[in-house]
Design a protein around this ligand. Structure first.
Ligand SMILES: NC(=O)C1=CN([C@@H]2O[C@H](COP(=O)(O)OP(=O)(O)OC[C@H]3O[C@@H](n4cnc5c(N)ncnc54)[C@H](O)[C@@H]3O)[C@@H](O)[C@H]2O)C=CC1
Ligand SMILES: O=C1[C@@H](O)[C@H](O)[C@@H](O)[C@H](O)[C@H]1O
Length: 347
């Protein structure tokens, strides 16, 4: 019998295929046991030459496949609730890509389902918490040397958006990362959102409100602004500056190479999140595998997934109405304090 954690990967698109590659060749202690995607060809392509991986078109068949001990969900957000609940029903630990569940009512059902189990099963894929720069900023802020954080200024730029991208997705897909990062860095819930729409860029597809300027208020009186621009055309740029009472700290420009040639210097800019956050995804998945093999669940949990969806939902209303919109956060249920699970076989 295998010594490696058998993982079923649900969804074999852009992220799913990258996670299959990572589980197979980058992280230690795990193997891909099954892949599910309604598009069987895509699943086969993601699996490539990896031996012993059965491809399924049905999620349940993959979850019930021999050797499956944990699940990595990388299907579209709309499919996450069903997949999470199916994994919970089988007692399988999960790493679920963001958004945990795009609508807050569905996200809350997942929080409540995990609470009923009485133990944590799910980690949510907010990979910035595993990025070296974000972690340095977090420990600086937690250390208190700069005093109380007053503002976060954030930038989130993509070279281009996929064809299905809507104006709402700038908030609930792209800015969901800043929502989680701000909650985590500041240790505060976000309480209200305002969205300004500058005149759209000529480079944005017709009808897409791109860029947007999103402003969050927090329960502790801080303010977080995000410039989100998903068809900027020139690079994948994610930056954050924390302005505190006794100083400021800025991250987001360390992922470049400076090429000097022919009497000039040229700074390279990553073109994709898979490049900019490559180390963060590796660390995220390794940390999930390690914890799962110890029977534990660590990292961002279902409440973080729910809070991000509730804030994003308020953000989409703010985008549509142009009005400052309070965040309607449900009372936090008694969440599982124990993350101990049955140890997966053979670990
Ligand atoms: N953490 C991050 O930085 C990123 C996270 N994501 C998230 O990853 C997830 C997947 O996004 P992409 O890979 O970009 O999408 P994609 O469209 O490239 O791939 C999605 C795949 O899931 C398959 N699929 C559809 N319904 C399914 C179901 N019910 N069960 C299993 N598979 C199903 C599709 O056939 C497709 O192959 C989304 O939740 C997205 O928000 C995406 C990009 C970056
Ligand atoms: O999660 C992601 C995508 O879904 C989203 O669409 C992009 O804007 C983000 O940069 C990426 O990290």
């Amino acid at each position: 019998m295998s010594e490696l954690l058998g993982v079923a990967v649900l969804g074999a698109g852009h992220m799913g295929a990258d996670h299959v590659r990572r589980l197979d060749g980058v992280v230690s202690g795990a193997r891909v046991a099954a892949v599910a995607d309604p598009d069987a060809e895509r699943a086969k392509e993601a699996v490539g030459g990896i031996g012993g991986v059965v491809v399924h078109t049905e999620v349940e068949a993959a979850l019930d496949a021999p050797g499956v001990e944990a699940v990595l969900i990388a299907s579209p957000g709309e499919a996450h609730e069903e997949a999470l609940l199916a994994a919970f029903a089988r007692g399988l630990p999960v790493l679920c890509e963001k958004p945990m569940v795009p609508d807050s009512a569905g996200a809350l059902r997942v929080v409540e389902a995990e609470a009923r189990l009485g133990r944590r099963l799910a980690q949510i894929g907010f990979m910035r918490r595993y990025d070296a720069e974000y972690r340095r900023l977090k420990s600086l802020l937690d250390g208190g040397r700069l005093g109380r954080p007053l503002m976060l200024h954030c930038v989130h730029r993509n070279v281009s958006s996929p064809p299905h991208f809507t104006s709402a997705m700038l908030v609930n897909s792209s800015v969901s990362h800043e929502i989680d990062a701000a909650r985590w860095l500041l240790g505060q819930e976000l309480t209200a959102v305002t969205v300004l729409r500058p005149r759209p860029s000529a480079g944005a597809p017709a009808g897409l409100s791109d860029p947007q300027f999103v402003l969050f208020e927090t329960e502790g009186g801080a303010v977080v602004d995000v410039e989100v621009f998903v068809n900027c055309g020139f690079g994948y740029e994610v930056r954050c500056e924390a302005v505190c009472e006794a100083g400021s700290a800025r991250i987001g420009q360390a992922h470049t190479m400076v090429v000097t040639a022919a009497g000039g210097a040229r700074e390279e800019v990553p073109q994709d999140y898979l490049v900019r956050f490559a180390d963060a995804y590796d660390r995220e998945v390794q940390s999930w595998v390690d914890a799962t093999r110890r029977g534990r669940v660590t990292g961002p949990g279902t409440w973080d997934g729910y809070a991000a969806s509730a804030v994003a939902e308020a953000g989409v209303r703010a985008l549509e109405t142009g009005a400052r919109t309070p965040v309607d956060l449900a009372p936090r249920p008694a969440l599982p304090t124990s993350s101990w699970n049955k140890r997966p076989r053979n670990t």
